[in-house]
Design a protein around this ligand. Sequence first.
Ligand SMILES: Cc1cc2nc3c(=O)[nH]c(=O)nc-3n(C[C@H](O)[C@H](O)[C@H](O)COP(=O)(O)OP(=O)(O)OC[C@H]3O[C@@H](n4cnc5c(N)ncnc54)[C@H](O)[C@@H]3O)c2cc1C
Length: 528
Amino acid sequence: MMYVIGSGPAGIACASALLEKGREVTMLDAGVELEPDNRRKVEHLASTDPARWTPEDVRFMKSSVSINTRKIPVKKVYGSDFPYLPLPEFLSEGSRHLDIFPSFARGGLSNVWGAAVLPHREEDIRDWPVRIRDLEPHYRAVLGFVPLAAAQDDLAALYPLYAQNPGTLRLGRGTGAFLQHLEIHKDSLRGHGILFGRSRLAVKGETKEYGGGCVHCGLCLYGCPLQCIYCSSDTLREWTKSPRFTYRGNTVVTRVQETGDRVAIEGKDRLTGEKLSFSGTRVFLAAGILPTTHILLDSLKIYNQPLKIRYSQYFNVPLIRFRGEPDDLSEATNTLAQVFVELLDPVLTPETIHLQIYGYNDLYGKAMENSLAGPLFKLFPPLKEAVLRKLLIIQGYLHSRHSGFIELTLRNKGTESVLKLVPRENASSRRIIRRVMSKLWKHKELLGAFPLTPWLKIGPLGMGAHNTGTFPMSAAPGPLESDRWGRPAGLRRVHAVDASVLPSAPASTITLTVMANAHRIGYHDEAD
Ligand SMILES: Cc1cc2nc3c(=O)[nH]c(=O)nc-3n(C[C@H](O)[C@H](O)[C@H](O)COP(=O)(O)OP(=O)(O)OC[C@H]3O[C@@H](n4cnc5c(N)ncnc54)[C@H](O)[C@@H]3O)c2cc1C
């Protein structure tokens, strides 16, 4: 029996490869689910024609979202924060304020993610012991069960699609006008190292029929009532009838121990605290970077030794269009990222910088109203509509080489061990982000838009959830590293398959590569 720990994207991708190979798999999962009351409300929406949803029907999703303009708010789903493990008991008190969230949810953080999915490029992962050609078949395998909405456009030369017949999503009027303007100036933009295309989203594309795919209800940022945004628990549901797959929820794994050709797994029941134990031939840890690192350090009894969480620096800034037709604020459209812009400018950094462009939505609109712009909007009411109809939002990421890192240490406190996290800033991140703002300003005519730089927010370390590399894969692993199959030095039958083993965090999105790598490791489960 093979054990996979965790039902997030990494666990599901790894289990999928093992099942493809005919293995018997048991998934042990902390498995927290959406509260029953909210679940009933979502089911009511899902079984009602969206044209008949009332504001009252969707209020439970919207009312719990706080729009704090000083801090980037934590995203909720279906009015709940169940995907985030509240004040995890395995974090030291001083580390609980950081913006890095472990999940104990069935489906992990894919309950709440933005579903942006780009693969990595060879140049992004030159410090890894695996090449893109090693990952390619696994990008394809993953996109065989994860839906993709994308277009075969210029970005495909840089980032292959790895999927046949992707679905489509309608662009909002504002993002459509922005993209049209970029298309006109495509050659000049490329000359300045600015490439762009439609976003790539793990979302079921639009259908005319209600029930098949996206119906553009505009609720994406609150949780899709029709479950068109991929969550790894969707795949889990499809496996319930598989005779070779067993799911055991409410199970928190604490340690693993290799003995001969078996692995003993220690854990506890999440609800009762009762001790649990299992024994398998191999264990694949996919509990998310903090829980997996905690399990490994505690199992290997590595205390008080600092290691690094590599981080891809996150920032966001409003972008005001001054070309093209204004947005229609009442238009219902998908509210995830609609356009991707990639900056390849060696003057800024040798690495790519990834920008996700969002159109107007009520959440960002309210954030703008609650910001410095609020008093101006009150003084000149027509200004409000004029600005909001031209508003786009950029969410940007840097490569981890130009970002800070989080120092992580496991402290043993008698019967329990806690992780201490200390953020370590990188002065070059701010410098590069400022240069990105200058570059966007400089090319504003080609972009038809300029960034509202005074509104720039640079996320605290951890924010954006692109965290990797506590046990980085290496061709010749030393202490606190793992081999190309995710096995920390000294272990043969325990594989870490989530972001813990990715040696760096390129700017483009993280989860598709986490899944491809987990699938690759699961697929080569005979590695010795
Ligand atoms: C707001 C937000 C937006 C995001 N948007 C994007 C995006 O657009 N694109 C992108 O690429 N990434 C995005 N991410 C990141 C993405 O969600 C993660 O990369 C991804 O979920 C990681 O998958 P995972 O399976 O490794 O871990 P997780 O999703 O954290 O899943 C961990 C799993 O392990 C289980 N578990 C944890 N501890 C234990 C234990 N001790 N015992 C048993 N089970 C355990 C949990 O129940 C869960 O099932 C976003 C994240 C957030 C928070």
